[in-house]
Design a protein. Structure first.
Lengths: 305, 853
């Protein structure tokens, strides 16, 4: 499947900004089952300098500065992605993955080969997932039991979050504590991903946060609106002896071709979208638009957000 | 037995502690014999006198240590006890070797953590000790540096173990504090005990600080002779701000805050009066997480957005590098012996405090069942909220802690209680044992480390107290390394003058410093004018007839209204559209003088004056400090209760004192700071303020109509408050007339207190500002001040005295002129601020999120 993704962020300032520095995780990462065929970044006004670097987790971080006085900042990235995830997804359903029990997994984590050490950092608390309460641990323990398959437990955890939590946008912000999300059982995709991660870590297994996009399909018979898609987030669990397996608790499914990965880290903090420090006196308003559709269709529409 | 102090073992030793000076039998230990002899000779009287000298010098130099949330307020005085702490050269060399080894090891650990991470890969340290530590900044991963050592400055807290050896208790690696206090302690104690120090051969600190300066110079990413070096401070509220300012003036580098700096085009720049100046080396006193609000803590106002990327590009050197907080890590302690073997094939030379890391199951279980015996700490926190003393915890508290440890065991260590050694402290005429801890410093020099021959010794606030900390109000000691041989005379170390930050004058003045000087000038000017006006008004009040109601006295009414106008403390005696004028004269006067929360009041102005002066204290001389402190102290004693008991005459006396001290202070400012250091900005501020207030006074007193003799008395009062009565009499030898008063106070081009003179002075001064006109068009501020000057020169006393026939506005010409002048001076001030101080250009987050790192 070849997708064209265009992602535009616009900042509007009520007073001129003389200078700004920005960073963001913008370029989608090449990963299992996903290739980046082309990538284009347009910034207006023109940045004075721009650079990319690979961060601690292997994501690409873009940074740029503007020194032209401006009242609006537009950043548009256009990526052409080849996503072939069906085989990867099928491998999750193999015995090699499904047979590993929790107690086997925890035992295997005590060894110190390079892959295990690399994965184990995702067991520890992180900037946004810390001071995990007993409620979360108890919630996790309903699914995770010593002699049960880790995959099955994680699958069930995903299902339970999907059922127990309501998708309510605007109820949480990036800094709403997990305990509150847990208590209110409301939130958006990043909250659900982080709840799942907190649960898995409470059990003692590594889990990471994945930030990306998902293609939404219009109701049958209707035309898809331009710019109606959104950034998305889900999680992956590390099963020692097999590897990373990802789950999307917002849509109650194992990600497939409609999911496009941008980057991953311990939680949202590690893979922030565009952020910045501006020099000016005013306040700002933010607008984001994302459009994902098959590349051929996108080319025909000549989308500009 | 120590003769003079006359103590016996029973009195001195309360329990089985190790004392630095005395054996349990009260014999003086070998290394302390020399100093002990001197203590004997001096006797308690001379010691007390010496202590008094020390206290006086410290307070005169304004040596302080800020304590957060302290009811006594900021700037608690620093304490130094007259009895130094001495260590013999041979012993110190041994300890020094251990410190060098530890600094070397921690440098390798730091490089490894942000580089290959072999220690983790090879199982030398558990991954949690690094990955679980909040100071491990993933943003700093794989950054390459040009300096040979990453850890340029290393500090260790040492404490004497029961075996008599010095043990390492803590490692300090982000931005270690204490070197400046150590230097200040030496400079103070060294003056009071100069003969003693010479006799016992105290090693000097100057060589170490010379090398420290060289370290900063060589750290520059570009090998140039005169790199631009700055000291980055979090600001005057930081606990060790005194030290930042002290080091800045000692080393001769600008002291700046985050908002003085910007990142542009891949380089770090300091905002100076002339524009941007490139910075090569930053000696920072801001903690890791706060250094870059773009990549690190987003709510930080202490750092510079984009700084980390400048570091990645190797265009600036930060000392110590951002990220070095990860080795302030008590979780590393149990693994240090293995690290020493791994990197160097050596044993650790210095013993360390016994530490159990709870990330290991066996250790955790042991700690959990023996909590009462130990001190539990988080591996990445050393603040007191994260330290738990097992023996003082009740069972509920223990339970909570046990749960926390079980949940995240890798975050905790348990450590043995420290058996502090004691050291004699001179208190109330005798020697008293106090627990002590000392901080030692090592700096990178060439390919190795050099240890300071001394350090900072802190002792507990009272006998028997085991917690030694400045935050808890202890005292300190000079740390002397002594020997039986005099120190070999080294050729006098010349401070390499070229290498100092090129003091090329006003152009390079940090704009923040410039702004503070400008406001310092304005506030001191305002304080003085208000004081004098108040004094004059109170004198008139005292003269008023007892039985007369003050507000019915026309003259007093005009003066009181004038007071409200000059201080802008409306409604006051004038009233506003919404609020009526006050009727309780005494109450309002008290508020205008003493209420520091009332904006515009004298006390409020004095407070603002204190703030702006305190923020630039690195520019001060000690004489300035003394006067400043005296003014401060006298105002501090004026609480509400005391004020209400004062008669008007007593208040006048108080104002007299304040005026005298302010004038002394102003004189000192002029002779202690160079024009190029920013005195020019101070003068511009001072003259602008005096101009503005003189105009305001004339508006209040000369554009109101009054009958004789009141009109005459008002003119006299005006001259009086302006300290110009004598000059008037000398110049005019006549009855006081409006016309002549206008000539003297407003129009005289030669009289230093006239508006015309002050404005011509401002005109001259602003010309010297770096961005002033060199071509044919004046800058905005030059235009405003030129216009003000012209208006004054184009009018005459006759014109201004004129009274219109219809008399809708009394002395309309004068009123219009004064109003215009007032606006022009205000615009001048605005234009100077906009050009040089950049108020609006503070860094702000695009989206406001804040995550504690």
């Amino acid at each position: 499947m070849i997708f064209s993704i265009s992602h535009t962020t616009r900042y509007y300032y009520n007073a001129p900004v003389s200078f700004c520095h920005n960073i963001g995780t913008i370029r989608p990462r090449v990963s299992q089952g996903q290739e980046l065929l082309s990538f284009d970044l347009k910034i207006s006004p023109n940045p004075t300098d721009i650079s990319e670097r690979s961060d601690f987790f292997g994501n690409t971080i873009t940074r740029f500065s503007l020194s032209e006085e401006h009242k609006e900042l537009h950043v548009t990235s256009t990526s052409i992605i080849k996503r072939e995830y069906t085989e990867v997804k099928e491998s999750f359903l193999s015995d090699a993955c499904k047979k590993i029990t929790l107690s086997e997994a925890l035992f295997a984590l005590k060894t110190t080969n390079a892959q295990i050490i690399e994965a184990k950092q995702f067991v520890l608390e992180s900037v946004l997932i810390r001071n995990t309460t007993d409620t979360i641990k108890q919630y996790a323990e309903v699914s995770f039991r010593p002699n049960r398959s880790v995959f099955d437990a994680a699958y069930e955890l995903m299902q339970r979050i999907y059922t127990d939590f309501d998708f309510v946008s605007g109820f949480t912000t990036v800094s709403t504590p997990l305990s509150e999300v847990m208590k209110e059982r409301k939130g958006v995709c990043q909250d659900f991903a982080q709840i799942a991660i907190a649960c898995i870590r409470a059990i003692g297994l590594p889990a990471r946060y994945i930030s990306g996009y998902i293609e939404t399909l219009p109701p049958p018979g209707k035309k898809k609106l331009i710019g109606a898609d959104a950034s998305h987030a889900w999680f992956a669990i590390f099963i020692p002896g097999f590897g990373w397996v990802d789950f999307d608790p917002t849509n109650n499914q194992i990600p497939e071709n409609q999911h496009v990965v941008v980057g991953w880290g311990r939680d949202y903090y590690d893979v922030p979208p565009l952020k910045g420090v501006v020099f000016g006196s005013g306040t700002s308003k933010l607008k984001v638009a994302v459009d994902i559709r098959p590349a051929a269709e996108a080319a025909a529409l000549n989308i500009s957000l | 037995m120590n003769k003079t102090i006359g103590l016996n073992a029973k009195q001195y030793f309360s329990d089985n502690t190790y004392d630095e000076m005395f054996t349990p039998e009260m014999n003086v230990k070998q290394d302390w014999k020399a100093i002990s002899d001197h203590i004997d000779v001096m006797g308690s009287k001379e010691l007390a006198a010496g202590q008094k000298d020390i206290d006086w010098m410290l307070s005169e130099n304004g040596v302080t240590y800020n304590v957060y949330n302290d009811p006594k307020g900021l700037n608690r005085p620093w304490n130094l006890n007259i009895i130094p702490f001495v260590v013999e050269q041979k012993e110190w060399s041994r300890i020094g070797e251990g410190l060098k080894q530890r600094a070397h090891l921690l440098d390798l650990v730091l490089k490894d953590i942000y580089g290959k991470r072999e220690l983790i890969k090879n199982g030398i340290i558990p991954y949690e000790v690094v990955y679980g530590h909040r100071g491990f900044l993933r943003q700093c991963n794989q950054i390459e540096y040009k300096t040979d050592k990453l850890l340029s400055i290393y500090a260790a807290d040492l404490s004497r173990g029961p075996d008599g050896r010095m043990w390492v208790v803590n490692d300090r690696t982000q931005a270690p504090s204490g070197m400046g206090y150590a230097l200040e302690n030496r400079s103070t104690a060294g003056r009071v005990l100069s003969n003693v120090y010479r006799d016992i051969n105290v090693r000097k600190l100057s060589g170490f600080f010379h090398d420290f300066n060289q370290l900063l110079i060589k750290a520059s990413p570009k090998q140039i002779e005169t790199p631009n070096i700055i000291i980055l401070t979090p600001g005057p509220h930081n606990e060790t701000y005194f030290e930042h300012a002290y080091l800045a003036s000692f080393l001769g580098y600008p002291l700046v805050r985050g908002n003085d700096l910007v990142v542009r085009n891949g380089f770090l720049w300091m905002k100076s009066l002339k524009g941007l100046k490139r910075i090569d080396v930053v000696l920072r006193r801001v903690d890791d997480a706060f250094m870059d609000p773009l990549e690190l803590r987003e709510d930080s106002h202490l750092g510079v957005a984009g700084l980390l990327d400048v570091v990645r590009k190797q265009n600036v050197t930060i000392i110590n590098p951002i990220g070095s907080g990860v080795i302030e890590n008590s979780g590393l302690i149990p693994f240090m012996p293995a690290i020493a073997k791994y990197f160097l094939g050596e044993e650790l030379l210095l013993p360390q405090i016994a530490t159990w890391w709870c990330g290991q199951e066996k250790e955790m279980e042991y700690v959990l069942s023996n909590l009462h015996k130990y001190v539990v700490k988080r591996i990445d926190r050393s603040n007191r909220e994260s330290i738990f003393f097992g023996e003082f915890m009740n069972s509920d508290e223990k339970k909570v802690l046990q749960q926390r440890i079980r949940r995240e065991p890798y975050l905790y260590v348990a450590q043995e209680k420290i058996n502090f050694s004691t050291v004699p402290n001179f208190t109330n005429g005798q020697l008293e044992p106090r627990n002590m801890v000392c901080r030692a410093f090592a700096i990178a020099k060439d390919n190795a480390y050099e240890v300071m021959p001394g350090g900072l010794v802190r002792v507990a606030p009272e006998r028997g107290n085991i917690r030694v900390s400045n935050q808890r109000g202890g005292t300190s000691k000079d740390f002397c390394i002594i020997s039986d041989q005099p120190e070999p005379e080294v050729t006098k170390l010349s401070w390499d003058q070229n290498s100092k930050y090129a003091l090329s004058g006003l152009n390079d003045l940090p704009s923040h410093t410039a702004e503070n000087l400008y406001w310092a000038g304005r506030y001191v000017g305002r304080s003085l004018v208000i004081c004098r006006f108040l004094r004059m008004t109170l004198k008139q009040l005292v003269k008023a007839k007892q039985d007369e109601h003050i507000l019915e006295n026309e003259k007093l009414q005009i003066l009181l209204k004038g007071l409200t106008q000059i201080t802008s403390t409306f409604p006051g005696f004038v009233g506003t559209e919404e609020e009526e004028a006050v009727t309780d004269v005494r109450k309002e006067l008290e508020a205008v003088i003493f209420d520091k929360n009332k904006i515009g009041s004298l006390a409020n102005t004095m407070m603002m004056f204190n703030h702006s002066y305190y923020a630039i204290r690195n520019l001060w001389s000690s004489d300035m400090w003394r006067v400043f402190e005296i003014i401060q102290k006298s105002w501090k004693t004026m609480d509400k209760k005391k004020v209400s008991g004062l008669s008007y005459n007593e208040i006048i006396k108080f104002l007299d004192q304040t005026i005298t001290r302010l004038i002394a202070f102003m004189g000192l400012v002029e002779e202690s700071i160079l024009v190029n250091q920013g005195l020019l900005l101070y003068f511009i501020g001072l003259n602008l303020e005096q101009g503005i207030l003189t105009i305001s006074k004339c508006r209040a007193l000369m554009t109101v109509q009054a009958e004789e003799p009141v009109a005459y008395e008002i003119l006299e009062a005006l001259l009086n408050s302006h300290e110009s009565l004598n000059i008037y009499r000398y110049s005019y030898r006549s009855y006081i007339t409006t016309e002549n008063v206008l000539r003297l106070i407003v129009l005289d081009p030669y009289y230093g207190r006239s508006i015309t003179y002050v404005i011509s002075r401002i005109q001259k001064d602003v010309k010297k500002l770096p961005l002033s006109t060199t071509s044919d068009e004046l800058t905005m501020y030059e235009k405003y001040i030129f216009e003000a000057f012209s208006k004054l020169r184009l009018t005459s006393a006759e014109e201004l005295t004129e009274v219109d026939e219809d008399n809708v506005v009394f002395r309309k010409n004068l009123a219009v002129l004064l109003k215009d002048l007032s606006n022009l001076l205000f615009q001048t001030s605005q234009a100077i601020s906009n050009t040089y101080f950049n108020h609006t250009q503070k860094q702000k987050q695009l989206t406001s999120q804040s995550f504690p790192l």
